[in-house]
Design a protein around this ligand. Structure first.
Ligand code: G4P
Length: 528
């Protein structure tokens, strides 16, 4: 086997998805702890020490002079190299998250035991499911009272539409939390608050039949647990690797991230079962990870933390071959060969800039405005990966009229000015709004000035929930009508009377496209 295939096979590249506050950050820290990326004493006082560790991590990044704060965290675990890609935490569910999810091979969903499946989790899951991304589930905060575990599995199955295969099962919760049972190995792991930070044999038993388990949790609780397990095993699905890899089944773990309880069981199972990098589609052919030549795509661009330097870093997910510092690769969008100098890797425990990287890894390439999201880089042969949305910057505003009697003039002014091409004018099917699209904010000022000067209309422009526009084409009249009916809320006519889809978010657009395969969404009117 080549070093590329050996290295690719041990990569596990994933993202954690969750609703805010479910425990994504805490779990990330615990995973880094197992990877030796951060050090914590055995008697850690929760977040304080964790925060300290996080700031060490940031100091390390400062030393490198680049902001990669939790964008990509790489750490070794057992025989694997784990790449954890951060999904943006801000309130908008945007294209950033969507793009990060295109760069991973699997996802980990964190759910709060008391809150169950929350709104953001549902949206993130929709995205994972579009690509059949394999998902593991961690039900967190078991040290608090929450919903009955069986109800939680039901909720995941019915709300998220994915089969659950519990791998660990809680023994009590909240004040009564005693531990978890591993349903595959049969092992019992007991919970000892403050003591589960390192693996302790005194808390691990081979099976429920070990007399010490009864001694530790009591006969009544053991009997109750046995009844419950019988019920669970009857009602749920056993773990099925193929169903998990197909995104149809999620293995479920219970634990408490802040107490580091149940986390190692999750990580052990993760490195054993989560997928290694898989072949990916390009416009010309499928590219396998074991191929000797480098290929990859840019899924994220981040501004430098240092405001004095205006350069940015492009994050490239490697799909095949081996990266070595200073190598040359073709850039798909420009068709030119470029030198990939000064690339950064994100080995969390290592202060050295690593010189090589393999499929599943993410490298940071310095970018002085010549790299765009969605660009592919490949050695020798020109390859262009598909499925990474590249969004051109666009701005939209709603026209606000100071004198309502001037509506006719406003419409006329906007229509005529948009004919000049600098702005585009849309009338939604379902409202009386007048929406203007432009490439820069200055254009709105120009239009406002000209409306007043040339049409005697006093108008201003305000924010509107439109992220992008797509011109709609469909040869099948019936399908078009169906699409029109279903999506009327988001449809508008442009100045020429053409049908346009005004997407409130990029994700909404992506979903609309996936749901209407017969319809073509064109990014510009020129293509129409
Ligand atoms: P997020 O990244 O998903 O938004 O969640 P984060 O890890 O920041 O956790 C949100 C809150 O939940 C934090 O409390 C964290 O300490 C707490 N938490 C995480 N895991 C567990 C757990 O297993 N059990 C319990 N009981 N709480 C947990 P906070 O009050 O916001 O911060 P802090 O003051 O505790 O640091």
């Amino acid at each position: 086997m080549s070093d590329v295939s050996i290295e690719a096979a041990r990569r596990r590249t994933f993202a954690i998805v969750s609703h805010p506050d479910a425990g994504k950050t805490t779990l990330t820290e615990k995973l880094l702890l197992f990877g030796g990326a951060i050090q914590m004493a055995g008697s850690v006082k929760g977040r304080k020490a964790a925060r300290h560790a996080t700031s060490d991590w940031m100091a390390l990044e400062k030393e490198r002079g680049i902001s990669v704060t939790s964008s990509v965290m790489q750490f070794p675990y057992e025989d694997c190299i784990v790449n954890l890609l951060d999904t943006p935490g801000h309130a908008d569910f945007g294209e950033d998250t969507y793009r990060v999810l295109t760069a991973v091979d699997s996802a980990l969903m964190v759910i709060d035991v008391a809150k169950g499946v929350e709104e953001r989790t549902i949206k993130l899951m929709e995205v994972c499911r579009l690509r059949d991304t394999p998902i593991m589930t961690f039900i967190n905060k078991l040290d608090r009272e929450g919903k009955p575990p069986i109800d939680l599995l039901d909720e995941v199955e019915s709300v998220l539409g994915i089969q659950c295969a519990p791998v660990t099962w809680p023994i009590g919760m909240g004040q009564r939390l005693k531990g978890v049972v591993h349903l595959v190995s049969g092992e019992v792991h007991l919970y000892e608050p403050g003591r589960n930070f390192t693996r302790q044999d005194s808390t691990i038993f081979a099976s429920l039949d070990d007399p010490q388990v009864e001694a530790r949790i009591g006969a009544a609780m053991l009997a109750e647990l046995r009844d419950e397990l019988e019920l669970v095993q009857g009602a749920s699905h056993p773990f099925d690797q193929a169903a998990y890899l197909a995104g149809k089944q999620t293995p479920v773990f219970f634990g408490s991230a802040v107490n580091n309880f149940g986390v190692q069981l999750l990580l052990d199972f993760f490195v054993e079962h989560a997928p290694e990098p898989k072949p990916r589609a390009t416009t010309t052919r499928e590219v396998g990870p074991y191929e000797p030549h480098l290929s990859g795509f840019v899924f994220k661009i981040q501004a430098n933390m240092d405001p004095q330097h205006r350069d940015r870093v492009a994050f490239m997910r490697i799909c095949s071959g081996k990266f070595t510092a200073g190598m040359k690769a073709m850039q798909s969008r420009t068709g030119k060969e470029v030198k990939l100098a000064n690339a950064l890797t994100f080995m969390a425990s290592d202060r050295e800039i690593v010189e090589t990287a393999y499929p599943g890894d993410v490298i940071g390439i310095h970018n002085h405005g010549t790299i765009s999201i969605g660009d592919s880089f490949s050695e020798g042969e020109m390859l262009s990966f598909t499925g990474i949305p590249n969004f051109a910057p666009e701005l939209f505003r709603r026209a606000r009229l100071r004198d309502p009697l001037k509506l006719k003039q406003l419409q006329k002014g906007l229509a005529q000015l948009s004919e000049e091409g600098a702005t585009q004018f849309f009338r939604p099917l379902m409202s009386n709004d007048l929406i203007l699209g432009a490439v820069g904010t200055l254009q709105f000022d120009v239009v406002a000035y000209r409306l007043k000067d040339e049409y005697s209309v006093d108008a201003s422009f305000e924010q509107v929930q439109v992220a992008t526009a797509r011109w709609i084409r469909c040869d099948d009249a019936k399908k078009l009508e169906e699409f029109r009916e279903k999506n009327a809320m988001h449809l508008a006519l442009d100045a020429a009377g053409q049908l346009v889809y005004l997407a409130p978010t990029r994700v909404n657009l992506q979903l609309a496209q996936e749901r209407a395969p017969a319809v073509t969404f064109l990014a510009t009117r020129e293509h129409a």
